[in-house]
Design a protein around this ligand. Sequence first.
Ligand code: FPP
Length: 238
Amino acid sequence: MSELEGLKIPAHVAIILDGNGRWAKAHGVPRAMGHKAGCTTLEGILEDAARLGIQYLTVYAFSTENWKRSEEEVDALMQLFRYYAKKIVKKACDNNIRIKMIGERSRFDADLIDSINYLEEITRDNTGMTFVFAVNYGGRDEIVRGTKALLADYKAGKFELDDLDEKLFGSYLDTKGMPDPDLLIRPSGELRLSNFLLWQSAYTEFYFADVLWPDFNRDELVKAIEHYNRRDRRFGGR
Ligand code: FPP
């Protein structure tokens, strides 16, 4: 019998990628090697998630706070992002995956912005899982940016004050058109949301895994889904 028999697969799974630095330290290698290992894990999980039937996988890869890290580490992450953006095109096309970026992209170098736009464009018509990559993303920043756009539209007379409800507000966020996450996974033992999907995670089930992100694998993903199923049965989802 398959381990997945009878399991309800959450439509939207969000993951905070955490623990690359500790993994590097534990292995006596530079932090950049930890991030590289984290990328390899992400590639595997991307395929696993698509095969498990998850419809949206959102990962927190680079936060608005991450710019405060050392110049050396930020540079290494940008280089990795460059390399990874190219590598992921093939994986996405082979697996019918659509890619979407959330976060404020104008702060990246022009070539990276081009890569992000290209990734979204080339995978736009794929009909399988949507892979959402959160880069230069912060929940508060997203809410402030969204509110500015919403107020500009209000000033331009595009809607009345009475029209403003949660649905309309949500349509000004980066996640417009996406379902809220059902399950949020944070590896590495930290019990914080760290400014990830603040608006969207109002009813999300949280799962904290004890492994560092580079050691995360399909078995850990299945464990998180099993946890989600136990909670979902108890509370009926909301
Ligand atoms: C957190 O680990 C991880 C990151 C800051 C980046 C992770 C992103 C990837 C591996 C995907 C590639 C994406 C980009 C944008 C390069 P940490 O350094 O906070 O770990 P620690 O808490 O153990 O120090």
